[in-house]
Design a binder for this molecule. Sequence first.
Ligand code: 13P
Length: 249
Amino acid sequence: MRKKVIAGNWKMNMLPDAAIRFIDELTPLVKDTQNEVVLCVPYTDLFYALLSAQNTNIKIGAQNMHWEESGAYTGEVSGQMLKTIGVEYVIIGHSERRQYFAETDETVNKKLKAAFKYGLKPIVCVGETLEQREEGKAKEIVTMQIEKDLEGLTEEQVSNTIIAYEPIWAIGTGKTATSEDANEMTKTIREKISNIYGQNIANGVIIQYGGSVKSSNAKELFSMSDIDGGLVGGASLKSDEFAKIVNYN
Ligand code: 13P
């Protein structure tokens, strides 16, 4: 039985005082859940969030990292830096980074390997654009991303990679993929992993859905056979709404 992982992605939102308040409010609301609760916060909130989440079941993640350990990379933050302050998770290859910051499958692959080197748990994002979906290429695009992003990882690393299927047309648009569609895509991803790494590994990999998840659709989505929780953007900015998503079951 795969665990459900419900992760909030705050994107470029929330000042430290709001982050601390959010975690203080969320803590009692999610303390009894069996689901894994993760908040991926801006770099400037990490330290405050880690302190606020101490002695709770809330895990803290970053939204990006560089693949090198240190060096002349102005403005970047390394996996080692994240790990050293106690960060547990890191989002890699979010579509907004692919779209606005020239992230490619190659850099995603490097970052993924670096995340494992420093003991971080990666959440790797894949997903197709509306145009690609309308051209009937969604499965082709997403399986290609999986192949390139995971290239060269060991079986153990693949087992510990969380994949977030986030159709780009569903992000921040209020348009959610139907639960059947989302499940079919997550199944396709699992099949691809099975083809490369075998059925056993594929059966254990956590695959989330992301794109306009909210408390009113979380149960339907997360109850599907191959959807193991979600990566939640806008609806993760309000503690009561996010708590409802975490406690969907
Ligand atoms: P929304 O939930 O706001 O659509 O964002 C999804 C997302 O990009 C999470 O990473």
